[in-house]
Design a protein around this ligand. Structure first.
Ligand SMILES: [Zn+2]
Length: 476
């Protein structure tokens, strides 16, 4: 287990109240990235963060983008020590529906050992655990055990549209050996986890155009091809009732789960009945041949996110609609190329298009899946830090979601060691009313962050990690 120097532990314990107060100050700024009315608050949050970093001795600046600024700051006291790049985001989701909050969303309130506010867990509270760790280490040691760079964006909640361009423009500035972020959650409140994979996302739209305008189904029904019918015909052939995607070539490059991963996932506790009850569905239906956890976290899939066309009002209206359409998204796994899959989907959809209508397929956005080597010294250091701070060994998980910024950092900066931490609990209500973050997780997360910084300082960065079965080359 990674150990922390006693005085750092004491300093963190003594500083907890002050650190909670700092978090509340940050939470009072309604830095909602998607609402233009809050652009001033976004800037205020960025400046606040930079000021706090400078107070700790970091040097940095706000970097303007086409959207909200990126905060960058560094404290790199060593020539021959490794460098960790810590990522976070200072923007938050809108608080709506506000009337469902027990406390005003931007008046942080402490209740039952948790701080309630928008951004408490996603990501202000989790990100500040690194500040707590850094402040206490500096207070005790006078210096950091390694070089630390901070990169905090203000557009994560709107899909990081300008982050990749920022990375490309500042490759040298952002050079590092590891990336660390805490913007997730534990597998279960009592089971801290390390995430080593994310699914990618491909988002497409299908538009079917029929007659120039809605036409009388009595006058034209039987001769004009109905766009809504054409759309249903096409959509019904995208996926079968066994959960298999039917686009030819879709699975061509999809990397399947390794046998050891399947064994490991099978050991994770999962209550299928409880999950179905929570969602209000009669049954969960995984992809044929895979378990539910595998299907949700490590298999590619396809969904229709929205569908429209024709008359939706009360009563009847006898028309053939002029047009119909659908939003279709796919979650991708490693080695699937979003551009290639987009081409395959377009080709397949066009091949099914009945004569008599025009079909258009548009690629709205995409990012690749990610998988990080598990058997690297940095990952081992992270596991030890978590075990030290939370008292249990973390489990390894893959996540079904997609974090565009992380994928962009891997691709743009070429850093393989990405440490995806999560101090939150699964019921922290991120993006929902009454978002909260447990102060105990805030405390333990700070301990783990401090231990991680000491642990990473000892990692020999010339050792190139190999993506093999965990423990394989480290067995004693
Ligand atoms: Zn987040």
């Amino acid at each position: 287990m990674e150990q922390l120097p006693g005085p750092v532990v004491e300093h963190l314990a003594k500083g907890q109240d002050k650190y909670v107060e700092r978090l509340c100050e940050f939470l009072r700024i309604p830095s909602i990235s998607t609402l233009p009315a809050h652009a001033g608050d976004i800037r205020k949050a960025a400046k606040w963060l930079l000021h706090e970093a400078e107070r700790l001795g970091f040097k940095g600046a706000l970097y303007e983008t086409k959207g909200h600024p990126v905060v960058y700051a560094e404290l790199c006291p060593h020539k021959d020590a490794p460098t960790v790049l810590i990522y976070g985001h200072y923007d938050v989701q809108p608080p709506d529906p506000v009337d469902q909050w027990c406390h005003p969303p931007f008046t942080p309130t402490i209740q039952d050992g948790c701080v309630f506010a928008r951004g408490a867990t996603d990501d202000k509270g989790q990100f500040l655990t690194f500040f707590n760790a850094i402040e206490s280490i500096l207070a005790v040691d006078g210096t950091l055990p390694l070089n630390v760079k901070l990169v905090v964006e203000g557009e994560e909640e709107v899909g990081s549209p300008n982050f990749r361009a920022f990375l490309d423009a500042h490759k040298d500035l952002l050079k590092a050996d590891f990336i660390a972020l805490s913007d997730g959650e534990k597998y279960r409140a009592d089971m801290p986890s390390i995430c080593y994979g994310l699914r990618g996302l491909l988002y497409m739209q299908i538009d079917i155009q029929g007659p120039k305008y809605d036409v009388h189904s009595g006058l034209h029904g039987g001769s004009v091809v109905n766009p809504a019918l054409a759309l249903s015909w096409i959509l019904s052939r995208l996926k079968d009732d066994q959960g298999k995607v039917l686009i030819p070539g879709f699975y061509g490059h999809a990397r399947d789960l390794e046998p050891w991963e399947r064994k490991e996932m099978a050991r994770l506790p999962f209550d299928e009945k409880a999950e179905a009850a929570m969602l209000g569905v009669p049954k969960l239906v995984p992809e044929k041949g895979y378990t539910i956890l595998e299907s949700v976290r490590a298999r590619p899939t396809l969904d229709i996110n929205g569908i429209w066309g024709g008359f939706q009002g009360e009563g009847s209206k006898t028309i053939i609609p002029a047009s119909a359409g659908a939003k279709v998204s796919m979650r991708l796994v490693p080695d699937q190329d979003p551009d290639e899959i987009a081409g395959l989907l377009e080709k397949y959809v066009i091949s099914m298009a009945p004569v008599g209508v025009t079909v258009k397929v548009t690629n709205i956005s995409s990012n690749r899946a990610l998988i990080v080597p598990r058997d690297s010294p940095a990952i081992h250091a992270m596991a030890r830090s978590i075990e030290y701070a939370f008292g249990v060994r973390p489990v390894f998980t893959r996540d079904g979601g997609s974090i565009g910024a992380v994928v962009a950092m891997q691709a743009g900066l070429g850093i393989e060691d990405i440490l995806m931490l999560g101090w939150g609990d699964p019921d922290d209500a991120l993006h929902s009313p009454n978002e909260h973050f447990s102060l105990e997780n805030f405390r333990r997360g700070s301990l783990a962050s401090a231990a991680l910084l000491y642990g990473l300082a000892k990692v020999k960065t010339s050792l190139k990690p190999v993506a093999k079965e965990p423990g394989g080359s480290h067995k004693k």
